[in-house]
Design a protein around this ligand. Sequence first.
Ligand SMILES: NC(=O)C1=CN([C@@H]2O[C@H](COP(=O)(O)OP(=O)(O)OC[C@H]3O[C@@H](n4cnc5c(N)ncnc54)[C@H](OP(=O)(O)O)[C@@H]3O)[C@@H](O)[C@H]2O)C=CC1
Ligand SMILES: CC(=O)N[C@@H](CCC(=O)OP(=O)(O)O)C(=O)O
Length: 342
Amino acid sequence: MQVAIIGITGYAGSTLYELLKKHSQVNQINLYGHNLSKPTQLDQINDEFSYDQHLVFPYDENAIIKDNDAVFFATPAGVTSKMAKPFIKAGFPVIDLSGDYRLKDPDEYLKWYQKDPAELSDLQKAQYCLADIDDSEGAKYIANPGCYATAVLLGLAPVVKEDLIDLDSIVIDAKSGLSGAGKSLSDSSHFVMANENLQVYKPHEHKHIPEIVQKLQVWNKNVQNIEFMTTLVPLNKGIMCTMFMKLKSNIEMDKVQHAFDSLYANSKFVHVSMDDLPTIKSVVGTNECHVGLSFNSSNNSLMIVSVIDNMIKGAAGQAIQNFNHLFDFEETDGLELMHVLP
Ligand SMILES: NC(=O)C1=CN([C@@H]2O[C@H](COP(=O)(O)OP(=O)(O)OC[C@H]3O[C@@H](n4cnc5c(N)ncnc54)[C@H](OP(=O)(O)O)[C@@H]3O)[C@@H](O)[C@H]2O)C=CC1
Ligand SMILES: CC(=O)N[C@@H](CCC(=O)OP(=O)(O)O)C(=O)O
């Protein structure tokens, strides 16, 4: 199996490359750069890969289709849908890490991303695959979920699917490390602003809001909206979503526990605890999602805490999990990882 990566100079593309090197079914990784005029050594265009002389080729869609069995796009939203178009037309497998194929309604995409949406026919062909829950059988063009959306959806799925909570009571406090913003520098990611600081950003306008709501509505049509707030925290990697909601008045915690146990009973990557609350450190470096629950009987509030590594479960790792489903490989292939110690 030969695979192509577009976006090797970025954080998600680099992580994909590192993980795919250990995949037992991938014998060649072909890298392509959109602004190269001739084959160039990786160590000359990405400082993270000193001494790696793997050649990166100029972007050429015909060569990619001829020399590969699938393509991963780790490129910005707005760019990917244009680049992926000929691949979808040719019936060639695409796994897209951007937000371009996640929202089914092009008007919603325009509203939240303020960019031109993908063509409706391509949106209809693409499948949103939350790898730990969705069966991507038959999918060929995969919209890999967003990082915050992954942590939120894995934490909320059992209680929303089983209709155990007041659906209009969901409040989410989401925190992310800086790599979530990609490699480009901004005012908020300068060391002096990011270090020793917490910054709330994009209040009520984060593009993962419609993505989360769209999926929650598939699980439970009565979902209307959520309260979702994001904070930049001084970490390289990791997301923690702390989610509050009211349990329905007739629901006991053993029913909640049963919903989590049954949904994730066979999960290789999602681990749930009723006793301990998870920490970011326990998942960074892995494709795992750890979920912890706490119930406040004085006001009937349930707190669900969900943590992931944004670059792995929130991007490259989940993309490989989806790739494994797509080609019927072992789900954990390329993803047997160790969290960062100490
Ligand atoms: N970082 C994260 O935690 C997550 C990221 N994602 C998504 O994955 C994608 C990549 O993110 P990330 O790696 O963080 O971003 P980066 O900004 O770190 O990297 C972006 C990559 O896209 C390339 N690129 C930029 N413009 C173009 C263009 N016009 N045509 C082709 N390639 C282009 C860049 O190449 P060059 O620099 O050489 O121009 C670079 O390789 C994004 O869509 C992002 O939303 C999804 C989930 C989580
Ligand atoms: C810290 C930070 O800036 N995080 C990014 C995460 C977005 C992301 O990576 O997901 P997409 O694939 O949807 O772009 C943000 O909040 O926009």
